[in-house]
Design a protein around this ligand. Sequence first.
Ligand code: BGC
Length: 414
Amino acid sequence: MKKFSKVAALATFLSAGVSAGALHAQTAEVLHWWTSGSEQAALAEIRVAFEAQGGKWVDTPIAGGGNARAAAVNRMLGGDPATVFQFSIGQQLRELADQGLLADVNAVAEEENWDEKLPPLIVQAAKYDGDYIAAPINIHGENWMFYNKEALEKAGIEVPKSWPEFIDAAKKLEDAGIVPIGLGGQPWQERILFNSVLLGVGGREFYAQLYSTLDDELLASDTMRKVFETFAALKPFVDEASPGRNWNEATNMVIRGDAAFQFMGDWAKGEIIAAGVEPGTTVGCAFAPAVDTAYIMTVDAFAFSAMDGDEAQAAQQKMAQVMLEPDVQIAFNKKKGSIPALLDVPGDSFDACAQKAMTTLQDKETHLVSTGLFGVPSAVSGAIDDSISNFWNSADMSPEQGQEEFRQAISYAK
Ligand code: BGC
């Protein structure tokens, strides 16, 4: 990792704080994939706070997480880095640090005592070699199930608590002319559905074991067979226009009642809020059907490209500081659908679903990590998404074949 003196950085940061203003405007180009309405509204809370402290924000939105991350990395490799770029904490971010591409924000982290204020799991995943390589700003959960209450009523069904119950309910929704699952047919969204099935069928212990060990026997197990059978059984409940659909379009289907359910991270709740709907009223939230309670976490963060020059570094430090200010945490996360990363930020003004997330996370046994960017290396993450998507979209692949391809892809990538 590219290092700069902590003392020098802190001095630059502090003096910049004092002299912030037009003359010393610190410019930060911020590269991100937050292009939906709620994502933009949430990000604007950070931007306003940064600008209020004299910073100059240059916005570089790139639609699609994969595209944005590739652009951030390519620009770093090409010598034209964005000052700040969106990522998630975890193994893939540490891979970038390992290549020496990142600056640290230890000066702010020490000043603001992040070690004490952030949950230990987040501290650990946001660090590389003892250095903070990102500012973690929230906790999202990926195993949510959002549903349109009126659609469920029309079909005469309750919120399902198990996958067999879900399949029965889905048949009734079909009979009532309602699309059971609003799915954005993109590999990462298909993986989110798959991981909810995996968790729901296998249980949290199985999920944690499988993805932390990538063990061949677990991949070849009967439990995994059941997961693929259940996942395959969901295929008929998705409409024909699913392939390629964006996640927020699928959320809108549920808000309108065109689809009954969406299995998605709680950024979908951000869109529900942006549409003027109070979560828990006409659109409900529950965890995807499961045998036990768990929360598949992903933690949005902004990372900092290794760059020369005091101004860029001061802008990075200021950005990190602003992002974790309690007021910014509250304003940002209420619009984003997530909960604050900071432990000491009051959560009482958050919606009912966020309250459920906060209560759930108090029990450490519920803590699971996403395979998107958090819990597995990038090669494994890619193999997971690709093989799941391939299975989901192949009409003639049996669950046995899907499971075997998944096993092979992971074994090869790990
Ligand atoms: C991020 C969310 C974001 C979602 C859709 C996820 O990877 O963690 O913050 O809203 O992608 O863009």
